[in-house]
Design a protein around this ligand. Structure first.
Ligand SMILES: Nc1ncnc2c1ncn2[C@@H]1O[C@H](COP(=O)(O)OP(=O)(O)OP(=O)(O)O)[C@@H](O)[C@H]1O
Length: 608
């Protein structure tokens, strides 16, 4: 392999007669004047005499041709492999044409490939096309995980891609971008498994109900057990919000997450919510005021003149007071607040608190929060503000040398569909807290892992703070443009984005100082949704058939003449609601499948 053509201090062409180049592989150029220079292949091509060098293409540059000839290549006969190579760091002078080039041993390029220790890093996958270099790699870095590729699962043979945990302090936030089916969810799962391995407290917002780590991939030997590494909470069922602790700001955020509040409603909440309010006290105040506004003063006074139960009288008195204090609040605003509040209440939100989440975090677990996206927004606004504040207060008081309250650890927040939580050009309940953490979470050790299919729809301030970006296959032009703007991805790589296979990604990270092409390792656990829908139908059918058969077999033989009795018996023993007609159909279907026999008799058919 030799350098050919006109060179620059940043970029060269390398030619080889017998070795095909692979994109992203590293090469060492032995420049006689500048010593070894490391470069990365960004374009790889092969030519032979049957397909002449094209006129438009850069490689056809007359200088490259001339240079190849003078290096002893016969461009009319030989197959020639040519690579465009970008140097990792700029050379002092243009590279010497004709310099020999060799494939690096691990020691020569270790500094470019490995930026963290195996013990203290997240093992996300392998660096593409580093197989030859990996042969001379330290033994303890070899075969650390499994890669699934071309229908086969194998131990990795490449150099591992390790994201150093300690580097989070410097580069705290991770973005995962990629279109549908590109490998984003697998990538997120791998990151979360790695965080779990290190017992890093992590809160996961899971709008897709897919973040379950209890089922291991069967094909991976010794996949490890993640069952105890995570706890799953459903909003309204296991966790919720303590109304008593809500500030006015929290309450406004919660109500507006149900449906945006008008100006009048916001000001009404400001004046109506009082310190120490419980759900009951606040909601009855709203109901009383709504009724008072509806009745008007004279009707209330009239009512008070009548005979009534003391508790009833007390209520009318309260209504009159409320009317005096808040007569300027429009009735529709009070009603608007009341229905939003009722919606929150009926979701179960106010019946629980976030203690279980905090406990899971204190144990260094993954705390998976599940709920429909609107409720997740409502709840996470409150929860993230709460735990972030707790961590901030702890850290601030530690810095001031006056620790108050209990220890609260650094933590990670991870979510898919991040553009719903911090959308561009639109306010949502969660956006404020996510932007705040994106901007100053680093100081407190609070880190974000945000995945989205649509980076273009993610708030720019947040996107700009995502220091490490993992970019999977992306087809949409506008998203490729955003990615190109927001990362150091090279033009050649951006062109490849629409064609990346699922699970391949570019990692743009300041730690590496360049974009690294990786294949994400195969996760140890699997999502509960991995079953193919067609298999699901078949399995369900087979298991219902078994259930049916074992139910019916207890009542065999069934005589057609005595169907009514059989229906009664079967319905009594099960939750089924057969009628004579449906039982007959079911039995006939089982006969057709060969699971039952039907024998004619003078008194009618007998099923056995
Ligand atoms: N690292 C990987 N190794 C092997 N196969 C992978 C990998 N990543 C993804 N795949 C394959 O691609 C499929 C889709 O991946 P995944 O579910 O992660 O996509 P996604 O980007 O999250 O899509 P969506 O946004 O639609 O959920 C997986 O079911 C799997 O078959």
């Amino acid at each position: 392999m030799q350098v050919a053509g006109i060179t620059t201090p940043q970029e060269v062409f390398v030619a080889s007669r017998d070795r095909k180049f692979r994109i992203n592989e590293l090469l060492v150029i032995d420049d006689p004047h500048q010593g070894p220079l490391i470069g990365e292949v960004v374009e790889a091509n092969s030519y032979n005499r049957f397909i002449p060098l094209s006129i438009e293409h850069a490689f056809s540059d007359a200088h490259v041709l001339e240079s190849l000839k003078s290096l002893g290549y016969s461009i009319d006969e030989d197959e020639i492999n040519i690579a465009k190579v970008k140097l990792m760091s700029e050379a002092s002078y243009p590279v010497t044409t004709g310099s020999y080039v060799h494939l690096p041993g691990f020691a020569e390029v270790k500094g470019f490939l490995i930026k963290g220790s195996r013990e203290e890093g997240l093992l996300l996958g392998e660096i593409k096309n580093t197989e030859e270099t990996a042969r001379s790699m330290d033994e303890d870095l070899k075969g650390l995980f499994y890669i699934y590729s071309a229908g086969k699962l194998d131990k990795t043979k490449n150099v591992p891609f390790i994201l150093d945990l300690r580097s989070f302090q410097q580069y705290p936030h991770i973005g995962i971008f990629g279109g549908s089916g590109s490998g984003k969810s697998f990538g997120m799962r791998v990151i979360l498994e790695e965080l779990a391995k290190h017992n890093i407290p992590t809160v996961i917002l899971d709008p897709h109900y897919e973040m379950d780590f209890s089922e291991s991939q069967e094909d991976i030997p010794k996949a490890g057990n993640f069952k105890k590494a995570f706890s799953k909470f459903q909003i309204g069922e296991h966790i919720g919000v303590e109304f008593l602790n809500l500030s006015k700001r929290d309450l406004l955020a919660l109500l507006s997450a149900v449906s945006p509040l008008s100006e009048a409603m916001s000001s009404a909440v400001e004046v109506l919510h009082r310190r120490g309010d419980t759900y009951l006290s606040f909601s009855s105040r709203l109901d009383d005021l709504a009724q008072a506004l509806e009745m008007g003063r004279s009707k209330i006074d009239n009512a008070l003149r009548q005979d009534m139960e003391p508790s009833e009288r007390e209520r009318f008195r309260r209504m009159r007071e409320l009317l005096e204090d808040y007569q300027n609040i429009p009735l529709p605003s009070v009603q608007g607040i009341a229905w939003r509040l009722r919606r929150l209440y009926s979701s179960g939100l106010f019946s629980h608190d976030i203690k279980p989440v905090k406990e899971a975090m204190m144990q260094g677990k993954l705390a998976v929060i599940q709920g429909p996206i609107w409720l997740l927004q409502v709840f996470s606004t409150y929860m993230l503000s709460n735990i972030y504040r707790q961590r901030r207060d702890y850290k601030d008081s530690e810095l001031k040398g006056q620790i108050q309250g209990d220890y609260f650890p650094p933590f990670v927040i991870a979510t898919d569909e991040a553009h719903n939580f911090a959308p561009k050009g639109r306010e949502t309940a969660t956006k404020g807290i996510i932007t705040e953490i994106a901007q100053e979470g680093r100081k407190y050790g609070v880190f974000l892992v945000l995945a989205t299919q649509r980076p273009t729809l993610l708030d720019e301030t947040v996107t700009a703070q995502l220091n490490t970006k993992i970019i999977f296959r992306t087809v949409r032009g506008s998203d490729i443009a955003t990615i190109t703007e927001e990362t150091d991805i090279k033009a050649e790589e951006a062109r490849r984005l629409p064609y990346l296979p699922s699970g391949d990604a570019f990692v743009s990270s300041p730690l590496f100082g360049r974009t690294v092409a990786i294949r994400v390792r195969f996760p140890y656990t699997r999502s509960p949704h991995t079953q193919n829908p067609i298999d699901e139908i078949k399995n369900h059918r087979a298991s219902s058939e078994e259930k049916l058969l074992s139910l019916i077999s207890q009542h065999l033989p069934i005589y057609a003449a005595n169907f009514a009795r059989a229906v009664e018996d079967i319905n009594r023993d099960s939750e089924e609601k057969y009628e004579v007609r449906t039982l007959k159909e079911t039995l006939d279907a089982l006969v057709e499948k060969g699971r039952l026999k039907k024998q004619p008799s003078p008194l009618g058919d007998i099923y056995m």
